[in-house]
Ligand binder design. Structure first.
Ligand code: NAD
Length: 315
């Protein structure tokens, strides 16, 4: 199954039997939503941070844990494509509970890959920019040193490496996507999703709290573009590889706060608090590889994405 990476529209996936792990969460539910019309979509989620209400009406929810091989085996019956989104996503929780982080994000991925090998299903893995830690320079290319700074980053790197080695060792079709800072509707408020936090603060008229001096930069990618990257990964012949998924552009956190204040017409003050220990200074994806190999093209500008969020208050 190959797709010539020429158009910027999303490749249509049709008539597949698809498993989305973590499909009741933020990214997974958007993926499921985009696929459910033309495919048989199953979601495996333990609802630890995800919500039943995020599951599209025509998708089947299997309430269960990716750490359990039997559950994953059953969920994968007749499946041809797996989007593996389930993970312990909070960095701070991973610092507090490194064993749980390893079990869910590291071992859970190994279970998914092992069952996919038996079912001969392609796996598109949600990896993270956290695998790079403090990059030597930006924009970050895929070959950058990997020096994760948290159990979350270490466990994502473990998952990322397993996915790639399963391709060499067993011929399993895997594609690894390293998401940068994803934002959009239904983002989980529990962990450090700065866009969501700033929008909440601006809408309440509360102070917008920038950690540190606000000169740190991030690459914010809209969830629709992450869905696009996943659909391209499901059809590419470039398996066994990893691709950055961002916009290739970055913004300072101070500018983000100002844009949020402007799109919400808020009179909130922007205040600065202590920097977060261990926070990285700069993060920006080099998306050349995803562009040339997958035909990925980020379509949603940060201003448009924020304006849409502020408008719909669909956060
Ligand atoms: P999320 O917390 O909204 O979604 C994760 C989902 O996984 C939740 O529905 C949760 O209930 C489920 N889950 C957790 N543990 C599970 C388990 N043991 N068994 C079954 N289901 C389980 O997070 P998200 O932001 O949608 O993240 C999706 C993926 O993208 C994750 O793998 C995350 O590490 C990765 N990622 C996200 C971002 C981002 O900015 N949101 C950035 C980089 C990578």
């Amino acid at each position: 199954m190959t797709e010539t990476p020429t158009s910027t529209s999303q490749p249509a996936l049709r008539d597949r039997t698809i498993l989305v792990t973590g499909g009741a969460g933020f990214v997974g539910s958007h993926l499921a939503e985009s696929l459910v019309r033309d495919n048989d979509v199953r979601i495996l989620d333990d609802l630890s941070t995800g919500e039943r209400g995020n599951v599209p009406a025509d998708a089947t929810l299997i309430e269960g844990d990716v750490r359990d091989p039997k559950t994953v085996e059953e969920a994968m019956t007749d499946v041809d494509t797996v989007f593996h989104e389930a993970a312990l996503v909070s960095v701070s929780e991973s610092v507090e509970h490194p064993l749980r982080s390893h079990a869910v994000t590291g071992s859970g991925t190994l279970v998914v890959l092992d069952q996919a090998r038996r079912a001969d299903a392609r796996v598109v893995l949600a990896s993270s920019a956290a695998v790079y830690g403090h990059p030597d320079s930006v924009p970050v290319v895929e070959a950058e040193h990997k020096r994760p700074t948290s159990p979350y980053g270490i466990d994502k790197l473990t998952a990322d490496q397993y996915a790639r080695r399963f391709s060499d060792l067993y011929g399993l079709e895997t594609v690894t996507l390293r998401y940068f800072n994803v934002y959009g509707p239904r983002q989980n408020p529990e962990y450090s999703a700065v866009v969501r936090t700033f929008l909440d603060q601006a809408n309440r008229g509360a102070d917008i709290t920038v950690e540190g001096d606000g000169t740190q930069t991030r690459d914010f990618v809209h969830v629709d573009d992450v869905v696009q990257a996943n659909c391209r990964a499901a059809t590419t012949d470039r398996t066994g590889e990893a691709f950055n998924v961002g916009t290739g552009e970055s913004v300072t956190i101070r500018d983000l706060a100002e844009t949020v204040r402007s799109v919400t017409d808020s009179s909130s003050d922007i205040v600065h608090t202590d920097p977060r220990p261990g926070d990285i200074d700069h993060s920006r994806a080099d998306v050349t590889k995803a562009r040339t190999a997958l035909g990925y093209e980020p379509n949603v500008s940060l201003t448009d994405g924020l304006a849409e969020l502020a408008d719909g208050t669909a956060i």
